[in-house]
Design a protein around this ligand. Structure first.
Ligand SMILES: *[C@@H]1O[C@H](CO)[C@@H](O)[C@H](O)[C@H]1NC(C)=O
Ligand SMILES: *[C@@H]1O[C@H](CO)[C@@H](O)[C@H](O)[C@H]1NC(C)=O
Ligand SMILES: *[C@@H]1O[C@H](CO)[C@@H](O)[C@H](O)[C@H]1NC(C)=O
Length: 279
């Protein structure tokens, strides 16, 4: 049972709490007058506007200095990865059954559309063996070096529309990932080996699996819109003894400073895939 004294004390503390929130005698709210509150609010308003203004200004200045074409902060040009077409690391098919390889053939055909002679006629006939430098910053649209589908010969899909799949000697296309500003030294070429048995013969197109320097450097998606990556085709000349076996094939970029033996990244300058042909 609460005593009357307790009640009185309770009442007093409530009223003093109320006073501290709003005191009708002085007109103070939380211990400050209305004009004092107004000053504080004004101060913070000006302060935050100033901060926002500073932020916007620095952002604007930084964006002014950015170039659309080149990533700004980059310590060195990275090394490219190697990829294959058809886009599968496990190429298995029955050479006597078109249904089992038609998707590879279609994929290669679609991929090579961009390399059609009619498309490539529009591009420059560049000087071989030299970088195609277009450093003039005024040139916002960089020219593209021509890569003709025909240079892939038996792997172009033109003379042999099945890319060798029907005869059990399949073609695989290789390309390096695009890297802005990359200028490989030396004379890069692709070398493929079958790891298990080294008796498998291979044919390379263009000759010796060369990747010409004229396709470098690449100036980025915006400036170099129609850029086409140089390709190398390798035709695996499999024979009867190679059928029905899983053959691990490794291809590497060699002859240049491009890294191809990184322990952590097994796609840097190289690619490993399996081929199995049934008959
Ligand atoms: C490959 O396809 C041919 C024709 O359809 C068929 O006779 C043969 O048994 C197939 N081979 C294998 C290993 O599936
Ligand atoms: C590319 O060439 C192939 C074979 O000549 C043809 O079938 C295809 O329609 C062409 N594609 C383009 C986009 O010109
Ligand atoms: C390709 O690689 C194999 C295995 O590393 C090597 O024996 C061969 O000499 C190389 N060929 C060329 C042309 O570099």
């Amino acid at each position: 049972m609460a005593s009357s004294e307790d009640k009185a004390a309770n009442k007093e503390s409530t009223s003093s709490w109320k006073d501290s929130f709003y005191n009708p005698r002085t007109g103070e709210l939380l211990g400050r007058t209305a004009s004092s509150w107004a000053l504080i609010l004004l101060f913070y308003l000006v302060f935050y506007c100033f901060l926002a203004g500073m932020f916007a200004l620095t952002m604007w200045v930084m964006l002014l200095t950015l170039d659309d074409n080149v990533p700004r902060y980059r310590d060195r040009v990275p090394h490219p990865g190697l990829v294959i077409r058809p886009n599968s690391l496990d190429i298995t098919f029955n050479k006597s059954d078109p249904q089992k390889y038609s998707h590879y053939v279609e994929h290669l055909n679609t991929f090579l559309q961009r390399y059609n002679d009619t498309e490539q006629e529009k591009n420059e006939d560049c000087r071989q063996g030299a970088y195609f430098l277009q450093e003039d910053p005024e040139e916002t649209t960089k020219k593209v070096c021509r890569f003709k589908r025909g240079s892939l010969s038996f792997c172009s899909g033109l003379s042999d529309t099945n890319f060798g799949y029907s005869e059990g000697k399949p073609c695989v296309l290789l390309k390096m990932n695009r890297i802005i500003g990359l200028k490989p030294l030396g004379d890069p070429y692709i070398n493929c080996t079958v790891k298990k048995e080294s008796t498998v013969q291979m044919q390379y197109f263009p000759r010796e699996g060369r990747i010409d320097k004229m396709y470098f450097p690449y100036y980025g998606k915006k400036a170099h819109e129609n850029y086409v990556q140089p390709l190398v085709a390798v035709k695996l000349l499999l024979t009867k003894e190679d059928y029905n076996k899983e053959l691990p094939v490794e291809c590497r970029v060699e002859g240049s400073d491009l890294r191809n033996n990184d322990e952590r990244d097994k796609f840097l300058g190289r690619v490993t895939f399996r081929v199995k042909v049934l008959e």
